[in-house]
Ligand binder design. Structure first.
Ligand code: ATP
Ligand code: MG
Length: 154
């Protein structure tokens, strides 16, 4: 499905504000092309990353910035929070099924499938998901999504 980037992002961004009114949320979108994506699958990836940003942040540090850009080959979507961060040693493990970092934010109700799901979807789309993080400062998840063949509008 071919969608306008803002048409895809806007309902998600609106939903963030409703779901997490106590999170400081900002975004920046700077793209020319339309995205050729499975909106349901990509929407679920966004949802998982947004839920994590909220869940793994201290109450007074709930912050999320979403940045959407493109280069010649990819859409680049970055999710940056100011949460508890992730130790570099865990960068590979967190994408594995049922893997959860041991911390006080990991209570019941989560099973450690969110990022494994995200990675499967992004791999399936021919893209990449990366993490960068500093403990006690915050985390950025980056999605690289290949630009699809651009259809001419009729
Ligand atoms: P689920 O998503 O299935 O509800 P989960 O959130 O524990 O459970 P993942 O989303 O796969 O599982 O994340 C794996 C682990 O990575 C988490 O347990 C958490 O410790 C860590 N993590 C994920 N996102 C962040 C983040 N934004 N900041 C800090 N830690 C994170
Ligand atoms: Mg999760």
């Amino acid at each position: 499905e071919e969608v306008d980037v803002m048409e895809f992002c806007e309902p998600i961004f609106d939903a963030i504000k409703l779901k997490y009114p106590d999170m400081h949320f900002t975004y920046h979108v700077d793209v020319q092309n339309n995205m050729v994506v499975d909106t349901t699958l990509l929407g679920s990836v966004f949802q998982n990353l947004i839920d994590n940003a909220y869940k793994y942040s201290e109450v007074n540090k709930r912050f999320l910035h979403v940045d959407v850009q493109q280069n010649k080959k990819n859409f680049i979507v970055k999710f940056t929070d100011r949460g508890i961060g992730i130790n570099k040693k865990e960068f590979n493990s967190i994408f594995k099924k049922f893997y959860r970092v041991k911390n006080q934010f990991n209570q019941q109700g989560s099973i450690g499938l969110g990022l494994a799901f995200c990675k499967e979807i992004i791999d399936f789309m021919g893209g990449e998901i990366k993490v960068d993080s500093v403990q006690n400062e915050g985390t950025t998840f980056t999605l690289l999504l290949p630009l699809g063949p651009k259809k001419n509008k009729e």
